[in-house]
Design a protein around this ligand. Structure first.
Ligand code: ASP
Ligand code: MG
Length: 475
């Protein structure tokens, strides 16, 4: 028998702000309704209502300090937030049972907090049990709300789909086991003509203990589910019009980037771009599933689509650079000295000393003269880092093999991203020229060998002007 073509399958993920209030959740229902006709198979992944995960984790943190006085307040707040949605969006005949389920989960929160307060500590495993309650409540509201709107739906705890290791609070999925379990759980619901409404953020170990994928992990959940089913497309609904060319608070004419390659996206995310969660990119790329970012509050806007390759023929100068971002609040640390030339191991010892302070380094440059290594660290860490380096190189400083270890005042890393940088000569020159014309001094430059981004270090006071100047090369 010839196999039937597989019906088109879409995973849509909605974040906390998209379901935070009855009004927002109604928008979500409207969006699902509008897309339903085009997508016979539709899976929804949803976060906890806005603020709920923080509320839960704060309660657990208080309890770990032995304090449960504020617990009744938190319980009442959780009840109100969820009841408001049940009262508005769940049909009267189902409302009591939905509220009952929510109340039971809130009671679990109370019990867990009491247990934590008796122990006087919250283990990562206990924190995951607490944090998971937010998503477990939100799906129990959205599924009946959809059913009531004529879109038959069933909620699914992702503990029945996503199998992870035991790294509580930052668990990693086992893709093979997850594929098997997700398909076994989700396909029958789809075949019954229903919309599975799956908890974001959570999974379970092979023996069924609840884990979480890390804060803001629901994007990752959607990507995992989309990759293993596999879906045709994953759409991440958020509260902005996709990925922007720059921060609209700094650049008035910042606009949505219609298409971005996966590599451009990863560099952008790395340099502080907003969405989607960096971990969400890899599973969909590897599975060849499409990814789109769109705005719940502006659903007709096309948003940003992530693509695998740069479309052919789009090489004219205006499309080389796609976006510019700034990371503020950094300082540049320099280790310099003539005695470093040709001495192996200086870089390793430098970064060993930095790592010992628990600081991560977003940008590194070393000129081929080998007389200095320069890198940036968050301003708050700079003094510690310099002290650690002075200790590590105490002998070399005395011997003047290293002359100086020092940190600049505050700087920003301004990064511009674009796949076209690779084959287009002269772009770095144009970027530098744009700053030169405004008399902005470039303190350091780094370009990774991926050639998808260039980062310039400028003084804090020059940040906005530098971002504006580079943005004028984009839009
Ligand atoms: N609710 C979780 C959090 O706030 C996951 C998410 O929102 O994606 O971190
Ligand atoms: Mg959230």
């Amino acid at each position: 028998m010839a196999s039937q073509p597989k019906p088109k399958t879409l995973v849509m993920k909605f974040g906390g702000s998209s379901v935070g209030t009855p009004k927002a959740m109604q928008e979500v229902i409207d969006i699902i309704q509008q897309s339903r006709a085009d997508w016979p198979n539709m899976i929804i992944v949803v976060s906890a209502l806005a603020g709920v995960t923080n509320l839960l984790l704060d309660g657990a943190a208080q309890a770990a300090k032995g304090s449960t006085e504020k617990l009744p307040e938190a319980v009442e707040r959780l009840r109100q937030l969820h009841y408001a949605i049940a009262d508005t969006l769940v049909a009267p005949d189902g409302r009591a049972s939905v509220k009952h389920e929510v109340v039971e989960l809130i009671a679990e929160f109370g019990n867990l907090c009491h247990a934590i307060s008796i122990l006087g500590e919250a283990s990562p495993r206990a924190l995951d049990a607490v944090a998971s309650l937010g998503e477990r409540m939100s799906v129990r509201l959205l599924a009946p709300a959809l059913s009531g709107a004529g879109l038959p739906a069933a909620y699914v705890d992702a503990t029945r789909c996503i199998v992870t290791d035991r790294r509580f609070q930052n668990a990693h999925p086992d893709f093979a086991a997850t594929a098997e379990k997700s398909r076994a759980t989700i396909w029958p619901i789809l075949e019954a003509g229903k919309i599975p409404v799956v908890t974001g953020f959570i999974g379970a170990t092979p023996d069924g203990i609840t884990t979480t994928l890390g804060r803001d992990g629901s994007d990752f959940s959607a990507a995992i589910v989309g990759a293993v089913l596999p879906a045709d497309d994953v759409w991440i609904w958020t509260d902005v019009n996709g990925v922007m060319t720059a921060d609209p608070r700094v650049i008035q004419n910042a606009c949505t980037i219609p298409e971005l390659t996966y590599r451009e996206m990863s560099e952008l995310v790395y340099f502080g771009g907003k969405k989607p969660h960096p971990k969400a990119i890899r599973p969909v790329v590897e599975a060849g599933v499409g990814l789109r970012i769109c705005n719940t509050f502006n659903p007709t806007h096309p948003g940003t689509r992530l693509i695998n390759e740069k479309p052919n023929g789009k090489k004219n100068g205006d499309e080389i650079l796609k976006a510019v971002t700034a990371i503020r609040g950094q300082r540049l640390v320099t280790v310099e000295g003539r005695g470093m030339l040709g001495v192996p191991g200086v870089a390793a010892r430098t970064f060993g000393a930095v790592a010992s302070t628990g600081t991560s380094v977003p940008l590194i440059t070393q000129a081929s003269s080998e007389q200095s290594i320069c890198f940036s660290v968050p301003s708050s860490a700079a003094d510690n880092v310099v002290a650690a380096l002075q200790k590590a190189f105490a002998t070399e400083l005395v011997d003047h093999d290293i002359d100086r270890i020092w940190a600049t005042d505050d700087v920003s890393l301004v990064t511009t991203v674009g796949e076209g940088l690779r084959e287009t000569p002269g772009v770095a020159g144009r970027v530098c020229n744009a700053l030169g014309q405004l008399q902005i001094n470039i303190i350091a430059i780094a370009q990774g060998s991926s050639e998808v981004s260039i980062s310039l270090v400028v003084s804090a006071a020059d940040t906005d002007a530098a971002v504006k100047a580079i943005h004028s090369l984009i839009v």
